[in-house]
Design a protein around this ligand. Structure first.
Ligand code: FAD
Ligand code: THG
Length: 821
């Protein structure tokens, strides 16, 4: 009795109950679930959710969460009543853009292992006879989608977990989080203090309030969303019983922000077409007298907001012409700045976790991931897009959360390009070079709050000088969006002259103190005890050997290291593992510093005359760092290049940045220096075979699969992940991150497309770009290890098949003669 930690779960909605089930199913036996509302209908979002489950998502992780939810709910029932009604899901297109997008979406489904097909209008109507065939151009049908009966799932799980000894307490409101010495010790409730070793807030849109009790920012916004039910519809009469509720596929009409399901002989209609309606939690009813039509997560229906959606519903479904809206409500749930859920443990309060902003669709998958995190320390499905610590400080402000979350509400069903720039807020973070970049006509996209140039319009004048073999082929309209042929000029000048890249947004940490070396040694795969001035490319692994990040570590002094990282998750990871004795200091120095990547065969010619320091190949070797002065400015210069050219990353204090840019720019004129952006950057790094963490590899992949085995030091042991790598090598892996070149040398893909080997789906594209130097489009893809060099595959792009060949990598400078010159 009582072998596992004491867990308190706040919230008995679909997330909290699934978590109780996943934990107790794994043998944890001291779990309580608390809810301020009565059980089982607590009055949260779950109590009124119509429960449509469309599994397909651009994100592999979200799709896998949904797949598990379907699988799990299919196995639940309450007294013969279903928990999942697998009716299939149909998304119709009324515009050519949407139809094309449904093909793209079908590609995601294939990539992530969900069966789906794009049907012509006739077949759509055969599946869903209420749809007006003349209105639609086609639809995406996924037979395993369907309806989750969320309120019944909660009952089924309540019975199951109660039988395992989980304590369920309704009408118990959490009013405070108890802590001692940086650890959670329990919760204060209206029924007294309940001690706990682990507290998990599954409070849905109330998460901000609970987070505040624990001193944690929870970046979500409660928004109301309209759901209405019609009166009886003759066309539906006799189709379903009260038990089955529905017979037709669940239906989405995204061109008008609508979705539909049956309620026996009525139709339910949800709409995102209305203005965003943020909700102030303080104004919600705190009543615990809850019924199906009156609960805190429901607000009165605002009929005027629904009127345009009703018209559009009637156009798609002519049977509604004679029907009317009988009832409706504005239901509340959570939105976040990037649409992803929020999972993770507080950075400051050990043992306090959250799992919020989760749809019914993803609920079981998220709960399983959280249970694995708590019990095993890692989730089998990678979580970088779900981790609450993915946000930068400035992205946690209520203003930012409110604006971006409302925009996500507005855009929820829009056809979104992978490079689609955020409209607002912009100029949140700018580098010291921003003023010069604007003068050069930089086209900026936003990332982690930073403005990043993608190309410079000023370089358009060089298009005429582009040698014929560098002229890029025309692109299809979709891949031409947010792209410019100017990228070819920037790639050409980088390879043949010299270019300045703004690397300021690259996350930088300073790790210092007497314990710094030992911490880095424990957390990375590389040799860290090297001479001052060494730079090491290394990996941070999780305990199962999955790649958490790839890093550069520069030893600036015996006790001071600069770490080039991939994002805030790295900062969080290092902080969490730092010893408690204060022997290591970890500082995010990104904002106070800046960085220019000065790269190209003439890089040395530009920098040498500006400095008394020695930049020669003999005295400033590849993967070494020096503290130098350039044009009088103190600079930490690191000789490495993500674009694969001779050159340096030049780090300076932010206040000196503009001056540094100007002296390099002036000196560079005689060598043809240009400013270059991310479009060229991404192409050049793929030619060089450099991986991008989060896109190419994640915790789901070990270093050998990812082609990064060279960064694992053979002689080293005792580091995180070491044990798990034993017995694994390049030779034993079953799948590999593989370099493909596209056979027609012109068809560009963008990432996430499915790859077919012998006609069967066998993997998916991670990153892709046109390789300007090699004159062919490049796609990296996860493929079975059996796909050897020379193997022919096909990539599906908007429903068409593009032939590609597995090619030896890197495509550019495999002998390292250019980069080491
Ligand atoms: P909730 O169900 O809200 O549970 C949180 C619980 O925490 C509540 O029971 C609350 O009482 C409790 N709580 C809060 N504060 C405290 C406290 N201080 N102390 C104790 N307990 C507390 N999703 C889909 O996947 N498909 C759909 O078709 C769909 N349609 C939707 C339609 C509408 C109109 C709305 C509003 C949402 C819809 N959703 C849908 C979203 C979905 O309903 C929610 O994302 C999901 O139910 C959230 O579950 P949860 O367990 O996180 O939150
Ligand atoms: N610069 C710095 N830090 C970084 C990045 C960067 N950290 C995060 C991310 N980018 C890491 N990614 C890479 C990928 C490849 C290389 C450097 C950073 C690289 N690789 C050499 C190679 O594979 O040939 C390593 C050679 C070696 O180990 O000696 O240069 O852009 N500062």
């Amino acid at each position: 009795m009582g072998t596992s930690p004491r867990v308190v779960i706040i919230g008995a909605g679909i997330v909290g109950m699934n978590l109780a089930d996943e934990l107790s199913g794994r043998g944890w036996d001291r779990i309580s679930v608390l809810d301020r509302g009565p059980l089982p209908l607590t009055g949260g979002s779950t109590s009124h959710a119509p429960g449509l489950v469309f599994q397909t998502n651009a994100s592999k992780t979200m799709t896998e969460f949904a797949r598990y939810t379907v699988e799990k709910f299919l196995g639940l029932e309450v007294d013969g009543g279903w928990c999942f009604n697998q009716l299939g899901g149909l998304e119709v297109a009324t515009t050519p853009e949407r139809l094309a997008d449904l093909h793209r979406k079908q590609g995601w489904a294939t990539s992530w292992g969900v069966e789906g097909s794009v049907l012509d209008p006739k077949d759509c109507v055969r599946l869903h006879p209420l749809v007006d065939e003349s209105r639609i151009l086609g639809g995406l049908y996924v037979p395993t989608d369907g309806l989750a009966k969320a309120s019944r799932v909660v009952v089924a799980l309540a019975r199951r977990v109660a039988a395992r000894g989980v304590v369920l307490r309704g009408l118990t409101e959490v009013t405070g989080i108890e802590q001692h010495g940086g650890r959670v010790t329990g919760v204060t409730t209206t029924a007294g203090v309940i001690p706990a070793d682990i507290v998990v807030s599954c409070a849905g849109f109330w998460g901000v309030e609970i987070g505040a009790m624990a001193g944690m920012d929870v970046p979500l916004l409660p928004l109301a969303h309209q759901y209405a039910k019609t009166g009886r519809i003759p066309e539906l009469a006799g189709r379903s019983s009260d038990l089955t509720e529905a017979t037709l596929p669940i239906l989405r009409h995204q061109d008008q922000d609508l979705y539909f399901r049956e309620h026996v002989d009525r139709l339910g209609i949800g709409t995102y077409a209305h203005r965003p309606m943020p909700v102030d939690l303080r104004e919600l009813s705190s009543s615990t007298d809850i019924s199906e039509s009156d609960m805190p997560s429901m607000q009165p229906f605002t009929a005027a907001d629904f009127a345009p959606s009703w018209k559009q519903s009637q156009l798609l479904l002519p049977c509604l012409d004679t029907a009317e809206v009988e009832e409706g409500f504005n239901g509340i749930f959570s939105f976040t700045p990037d649409g992803g859920p929020l999972i993770g443990e507080s950075a400051d309060l050990e043992g306090f976790w959250i799992a919020e902003a989760v749809w019914v669709t993803h609920s079981a998958g998220v709960a399983r991931a959280v249970a694995q995190l708590l019990i095993e320390g890692r989730s089998e499905i990678e979580l970088h897009g779900c981790d609450v610590h993915r946000f930068e400080q400035v992205q946690l402000s209520p203003e930012y959360v409110s604006e971006t979350s409302q925009q996500n509400f507005v855009e929820i069903y829009d056809v979104l390009h992978p490079l689609q720039p955020r409209r607002s807020p912009r100029n949140l973070r700018v580098s010291p070079f921003h003023v010069r970049q604007r003068e050069l006509g930089a086209v900026f996209l936003e990332s982690a709050g930073w403005e990043r140039p993608h190309w410079f319009d000023a370089n358009a004048e060089l298009l005429g000088e582009l040698p014929p073999e560098w002229i890029p082929p025309e692109r299809d309209a979709w891949s031409a969006k947010f792209h410019s042929p100017i990228a070819a000029v920037e790639a050409w000048r980088t390879r043949t002259a010299v270019a300045m890249y703004d690397m300021t947004p690259l996350k930088r940490l300073e790790i210092s103190g007497p314990g710094a070396l030992a911490l880095l040694d424990r957390l990375t795969t590389g040799k860290m005890d090297k001479s001052v001035g060494s730079v090491t490319y290394t990996l941070a692994l999780d305990e199962a050997g999955g790649v958490r990040s790839d890093l550069t570590v520069t030893r600036l002094s015996a006790d001071t290291f600069q770490v080039g990282a991939n994002g805030n998750l790295d900062l969080d990871h290092f902080r969490r593992h730092a010893p408690a004795d204060g022997s290591v200091h970890i500082r995010d120095i990104t904002g106070g510093t800046c960085c220019i990547g000065l790269w190209g065969p003439r890089a040395r010619d530009v920098v040498a005359p500006l400095s008394r320091d020695d930049f020669s190949n003999e005295n400033f070797k590849y993967f070494r760092a020096e503290k130098v002065r350039i044009g009088g400015i103190p600079v930490t210069a690191m000789r490495l290049s993500y674009v694969g050219e001779l050159g340096w990353e030049l780090y300076a204090s932010a206040d000196n940045g503009l001056r540094l840019w100007d002296v390099l720019w002036a000196e560079g004129q005689r060598y043809g220096v240009i400013a270059a952006g991310r479009a060229a950057f991404n192409s050049l790094r793929l030619e060089k075979g450099y991986r991008s963490w989060g896109t190419d590899m994640t915790t789901e992949h070990n270093p050998y699969e990812a082609g990064l085995g060279f960064a694992v030091r053979k002689q080293k042991d005792g580091f995180a992940g070491h044990a798990a790598l034993q017995g694994i090598s390049e030779a034993t892996v079953q799948r590999r991150l593989t370099c493909l070149t596209i056979d027609d040398r012109r068809s560009v893909v963008l990432g996430q497309e499915p790859v077919f080997l012998d006609g069967e789906p066998c993997g998916y594209v991670t990153s892709a770009a046109f390789g300007h130097t090699v004159g062919a489009p490049i796609a990296y893809a996860w493929l079975p290890a059996s796909a050897e060099i020379g193997a022919r595959v096909e990539i599906e792009y908007f429903g068409a098949r593009i032939s590609a060949t597995v090619t030896a990598e890197p495509l550019f400078d495999p002998a390292m003669t250019k980069i080491k010159s």
